[in-house]
Ligand binder design. Structure first.
Ligand SMILES: [Mg+2]
Length: 231
């Protein structure tokens, strides 16, 4: 039975070490002409929502074409600061090993479910050398839909088209670090593995409905076992 594994990016596979919010602020300023010192809450949210709320915080009512321009500026910002992100950020412990172990299993398709715009998600993964083993064209991104739980169905349809396999709620697995990943899986139609490697403690992930919570991705065998036996 084939399974579709949907990895969250930020704080599940990688951390930017603060470069992400600096790139956001720079891209925001480039596009709107407004210099900002803060942005809306980012945890587990899609970039369209973060961007729109940040516009509102600074009294910009009409988003116009700002978002597509912002997506380009943000991706360029990540490209320009790749070396810096490699220095300040990191692939989370165990992420590389878990991805590599799953890549060995022929019945596993693994990709990304991220609130990031696609170019930024791909750029970040590339910096840490994690893009190769992911089927990025099967993924769903913040540029596809502002509502995170809708991304599950989008990824499932893309993966089905590409691999000619139907993925169901039982054979789709979201792996993420926030209660919004939990919600996306439970309401969007997927199994869930939570990782308490971000800012959300394990108890809160459990309270949100996560039955399986790992402290991190370090135990490759246990992670692979959880993915292959989840139903
Ligand atoms: Mg995350």
């Amino acid at each position: 039975m084939s399974k579709l594994v949907l990895w969250d990016v930020d704080h599940t596979l990688i951390e930017t070490g603060g470069v992400g919010s600096e790139v956001f602020k720079d891209a925001f300023e480039q596009v709107t002409g407004r210099k900002i010192d803060r942005l809306a809450d980012v945890t587990g949210r899609t970039e369209q929502v973060i961007f729109r709320e940040t516009l509102e915080m600074f009294g910009i009512e009409d988003p116009g074409d700002y978002f597509p321009e912002f997506v380009q500026a943000q991706a360029a910002g990540y490209r320009a600061r790749a070396d810096e992100m490699r220095r300040r950020g990191r692939a989370l412990p165990g992420a590389r090993e878990a991805l590599a172990a799953l890549a060995e299993l022929p019945h596993i398709i693994q990709t990304v479910l991220s609130g990031n715009p696609r170019p930024s998600a791909v750029g970040k993964l590339r910096v840490f050398g994690l893009d190769d083993v992911l089927d990025l064209d099967s993924g769903a991104y913040g540029t596809d839909d502002p509502v995170r739980l809708n991304l599950v169905g989008i990824a499932r349809r893309r993966a089905a088209r590409r691999h000619r396999v139907t993925f169901t709620e039982e054979t789709t697995i979201v792996i993420g670090d926030t209660t919004r990943d939990v919600e996306a899986a439970l309401k969007g139609g997927a199994q869930l593995i939570a990782v308490a490697s971000g800012r959300t403690p394990a108890e809160r992930l459990r309270a949100a409905g996560a039955a399986t919570v790992f402290p991190d991705l370090l135990d490759t065998t246990a992670i692979v076992h959880a993915i292959t036996t989840t139903r």
